[in-house]
Design a binder for this molecule. Structure first.
Ligand SMILES: *[C@@H]1O[C@H](CO)[C@@H](O)[C@H](O)[C@H]1NC(C)=O
Ligand SMILES: *[C@@H]1O[C@H](CO)[C@@H](O)[C@H](O)[C@H]1NC(C)=O
Ligand SMILES: *[C@@H]1O[C@H](CO)[C@@H](O)[C@H](O)[C@H]1NC(C)=O
Ligand SMILES: *[C@@H]1O[C@H](CO)[C@@H](O)[C@H](O)[C@H]1NC(C)=O
Ligand SMILES: *[C@@H]1O[C@H](CO)[C@@H](O)[C@H](O)[C@H]1NC(C)=O
Ligand SMILES: *[C@@H]1O[C@H](CO)[C@@H](O)[C@H](O)[C@H]1NC(C)=O
Ligand SMILES: *[C@@H]1O[C@H](CO)[C@@H](O)[C@H](O)[C@H]1NC(C)=O
Ligand SMILES: *[C@@H]1O[C@H](CO)[C@@H](O)[C@H](O)[C@H]1NC(C)=O
Length: 824
């Protein structure tokens, strides 16, 4: 038997040794006068008793042999620095040292012993005892009478921690970019009555106006329990964050950081992450950083808040609180590695293409790329109201300083009048928001095939100016009577010049329909161009296409489509639809360049496509390469996305099939015949005309009594995608069990035998991952239920690998009476 006394002795012994261990550890961890660390990979840091935080040198991952004197979370994988020394110039060389000297300062020296930084003193006189890294993340220098001579908490960088406070004089300053420790442009500070966020002027450090206000009060307290509160003037603590959440500091670390893009984020991280943790955002302000800078500017009309997080010429869209900066059409990033640095214009028409009178030289080299829901609410130099879309485009096109026109559609404005704002470079405070921007940005960009050289800059205006200068010179040196006659003469000259210019302008546009910006042709012109409609390129649902060639002043080869049926009394509709088609520009759409609308003749003039249709390419003798086919599929998807979602009026194609996809000389796929379905059907009969499209490609809803939506194109695209993958037609009767491609594909897919589909196509078989992905996309698109089919935007993202493709369900419902393919 062992006596209970033994146990009590034993436990005392254990307790004593634990206490001893704790004591030695603590003693080790507190820093004595004269202790030092040096910046290299081996030295230990000074840790807090729990080991949560450490103070010492951190190497800078992107820069060899550069170090930072910092405090960081010592137990977590993700490198998280909460404080660092010497904000003005925080990076130091290898073998720099930090030492606690006997006057109570931390002194940072470079390898040669030159002092770089020293901690200030909060109190004078008291003698230094030691320094310590505390478990709160505060590094303190303690005096002999146990007050603190210095605390890192009193000199925050961009982060505060639970139990830290910001007083009236304190501020947080963000870093410049995510991976840097340089000073950034956002501040959280006290502005004499409240805590606010503001941008600073980078060159003087002076603050702009606040873009966010956390509330009145003079102290911002991050409590030990994880709440952020503001103590207002009567001493009450007002809750700021988090909202509708209870922090659990025993389970999570918390920190609040003013991030480099101007958002104040409250983050948490599990203390005991099983399988690696990461910082998540619990709360953040402002809710919409892009809008913050703009809203302010809308009300004040000036950029009193700064440029915002995205820089010049770029578009800001918040994604979960963080700005996503993108470049609009015709612009690209200034720095490919930093989306926040702004964008530059790919081709600057100002001042290169300007006549002295401010008009654009060679304006037909430019076109407009629209971006819906986007705006640059600041800095317009011209406003036209009321304005139609045409007037807006015309004005911006002819005005050489105009880079983008912002249009508020008349139908969307309260008073029914459209407004057009003209903007010049650099554009600032651009934002995108589907919910709250009801404007469309029309970017003036050089046409992809246009020369960057302006056509021979006319010397006409220079001459005019010279004439005027000469006349003025004469005028100033002569008598009053002479002046009178001279004045009359000058007026005459101006009048004539003006007339001449007007004439020239008229001449330039005489064959261009101002309303549609399309050339219009007489029937004779086109008869001539096609050599009497001699060479037939193809025959489609709407008419026959002929090859033609224009006299050189216009351009070169064209394809002329002679429409052989159109709705009677369709005069107006023809114009309207041609206008819609004419304004639809995309890399993956065949461009309409002109038309003829004369007596009973209706012809459309398109750019000529070198490589004919996808159909002959795909089902021809030589099989196109796998890579070419992938590119073509992705191009078509992009073109359709544009028709469905991005052009000013949604266009459902209704007849997507390989015959309607044309290929240019570099095998870029271009969709043709878009917009025609509507043109050739009278509105009243539209719902009754029954099926439009081509057998094999038509979606099942045409056979049912449910509305036809853009999803019919998704279906046809799906069928065509499978054809592109397998290089065979969607219906091939002689192939027996494999006759109907969609059925056959799903069968092979569900049996896990997708290689059967590309049996003699080695390239495809060697790329099974892609093959499977594409098949899955195809199967998703041919779902019988329209709701299940993805939008073309999603399809594009799937094809480009931007998102995962989930496993598709069976596309056919078992009890379906007729699927489109089976009715054939
Ligand atoms: C270490 O420093 C802290 C903070 O000054 C103090 O509370 C603690 O007592 C010190 N520990 C020792 C062993 O001196
Ligand atoms: C410690 O010393 C400082 C400076 O001499 C003095 O201001 C402070 O009141 C002292 N604190 C205590 C607790 O004695
Ligand atoms: C803050 O205080 C100012 C006056 O000091 C007052 O005008 C303002 O309404 C207050 N704001 C809030 C949110 O209480
Ligand atoms: C202090 O201010 C808060 C909010 O500003 C108010 O709700 C509260 O009644 C005030 N308390 C006192 C004692 O004045
Ligand atoms: C934008 O400004 C208006 C008017 O000043 C204001 O009512 C609105 O709350 C602001 N919106 C945001 C998101 O700041
Ligand atoms: C940012 O916007 C671009 C263009 O809209 C988009 O492709 C990209 O996925 C967005 N980034 C994020 C993180 O959502
Ligand atoms: C809209 O424009 C018309 C024509 O210029 C004008 O008469 C009318 O007053 C405008 N409406 C408003 C509300 O400004
Ligand atoms: C226009 O002026 C430039 C220089 O001012 C000259 O080089 C050029 O030859 C002139 N062109 C014509 C067509 O006169």
């Amino acid at each position: 038997m062992v006596s209970p006394l033994f146990y009590s002795h034993l436990s005392l012994l254990i307790l004593a040794s634990i206490l001893w261990i704790l004591a030695t550890v603590e003693a080790q961890r507190n820093v004595s006068v004269g202790d030092s660390l040096s910046a290299n990979d081996k030295t230990m840091a000074w840790q807090s008793p729990s080991g949560d935080f450490a103070f010492g040198f951190q190497s800078i991952p992107t820069k060899q042999d550069r170090f930072l004197l910092a405090i960081w979370y010592a137990k977590i994988q993700e490198r998280t620095i909460v404080w660092y020394a010497n904000r003005d110039n925080p990076e130091t060389d290898r073998d720099s040292t930090i030492e606690l000297d006997n006057s109570g300062h931390l002194v940072l020296k470079d390898p040669k012993g030159k002092e770089l930084w020293r901690s200030q003193r909060l109190t004078d006189g008291s003698q230094v005892s030691h320094a310590a890294m505390l478990d709160t993340g505060n590094f303190v220098i303690a005096s002999k009478n146990s007050t603190n001579i210095w605390e890192s908490f009193k000199y925050p960088t961009d982060t505060i921690l639970p139990s830290q406070e910001l007083d009236m004089g304190d501020h947080l300053l963000s870093t410049l970019v995510e991976t840097s420790y340089s000073k950034g442009k956002y501040q959280l500070r006290f502005n004499s009555e409240s805590f606010i966020l503001n941008q600073i002027d980078m060159f003087t450090g002076k603050p702009y106006e606040a873009y966010f206000n956390f509330g009145n009060g003079s102290r911002l307290v991050f409590t030990e329990s994880g709440y952020i509160r503001i103590q207002n003037l009567n001493g009450t603590l007002v809750e700021v964050a988090p909202i509708n959440a209870v922090p659990k500091p025993d389970l999570y670390y918390y920190r609040a950081t003013l991030d480099f893009y101007g958002v104040f984020n409250l983050y948490y991280y599990p203390r005991n992450p099983s399988g690696g943790g990461s910082w998540s955002v619990l709360w953040f302000r402002p809710m919409n950083i892009c809008r913050r800078f703009i809203n302010s500017t809308i009300t004040s009309g000036r950029a009193t808040f700064g440029t915002g997080p995205c820089g010049y010429n770029s578009i800001c869209e918040p994604i979960q609180g963080r700005p996503n900066c993108t470049c609009p059409p015709g612009f690209s990033f200034l720095d490919d590695n930093n989306q926040y640095a702004g964008c530059k214009q790919d081709y600057a028409s100002y001042p290169a293409d300007c006549n002295p009178d401010g008009s654009t030289i060679g304006e037909d080299r430019f076109e407009f790329k629209p971006m819906s829901f986007a705006d640059f609410p600041l800095g317009d130099y011209g406003v036209i109201k009321p304005a139609t879309e045409l007037e807006c485009k015309q004005s911006c096109l002819l005005d050489c300083s105009c880079a983008v026109a912002i249009l508020q559609d008349p139908t969307l404005s309260k008073d029914g009048n459209g407004t057009c704002w003209k903007k010049k470079i650099p554009l600032s405070n651009g934002w995108f928001d589907r919910e709250s921007v009801d404007r469309t940005a029309l970017f003036k960009v050089l046409k992809s095939d246009a020369s960057t050289k302006s056509p021979t800059k006319s010397n006409r205006s220079d001459e005019n100016q010279n004439e005027v200068v000469l006349i003025l010179a004469v005028l100033l040196g002569t008598s009053a009577i002479f002046n009178f006659f001279s004045l009359a003469a000058i007026s005459m000259i101006f009048f004539c010049l003006f007339r001449r210019r007007l004439g020239e302008l008229k001449g330039a546009h005489s064959r261009r329909d101002l309303e549609t910006n399309l050339q219009f042709f007489t029937y004779k012109d086109l008869e001539h161009a096609t050599n009497g409609f001699k060479e037939e390129l193809g025959r489609g649902a709407f008419g026959t296409v002929y090859k033609g060639e224009l006299p050189s002043s216009y351009g070169d080869r064209i394809a002329v489509k002679k429409l052989d049926k159109f709705a009677q009394d369709g005069e107006r509709e023809f114009k309207t639809e041609v206008k819609v088609i004419g304004q639809t520009h995309h890399k993956n759409l065949v461009r309409l360049t002109g038309y003829c609308d004369e007596a009973e003749h209706r012809l459309l003039v398109y750019e000529f496509m070198e490589n004919g249709s996808l159909s002959s390419f795909l089902f021809g003798i030589l099989r196109p390469s796998w890579q070419q086919r992938l590119q073509i599929a992705s191009g078509i998807a992009k073109g359709l996305t544009y028709l469905h979602e991005e052009c000013s009026k949604q266009i459902i194609h209704c007849d997507i099939k390989p015959q309607n996809i044309l290929l240019d000389e570099s095998l870029t796929a271009k969709i043709s015949d878009f917009g025609l379905a509507k043109l050739l059907m009278n509105d009243k009969t539209r719902t009754k005309t029954g099926i439009r499209g081509t057998k094999g490609y038509v979606a099942p809803e045409w056979f049912r009594n449910i509305p036809v939506t853009v999803k019919v194109d998704v279906y046809s695209f799906g069928v065509m995608l499978l054809e592109i993958i397998c290089c065979r037609r969607c219906v091939e009767v002689e192939m027996e069990e494999a006759a109907i491609l969609t059925d056959w594909v799903f069968q092979c897919y569900s049996e896990g035998m997708i290689e059967k589909l590309v049996e003699d196509d080695e390239e495809a078989r060697n790329d099974v991952g892609k093959l499977e992905k594409l098949l899955k996309v195809g199967i998703w698109c041919v779902q019988e239920e329209p709701m299940l089919r993805p939008s073309m935007r999603i399809v594009t993202m799937m094809l480009d690998g931007a998102i995962q493709v989930p496993d598709p369900p069976c596309p056919f419902s078992l009890n379906s009476i007729s699927t489109s393919t089976k009715t054939d």
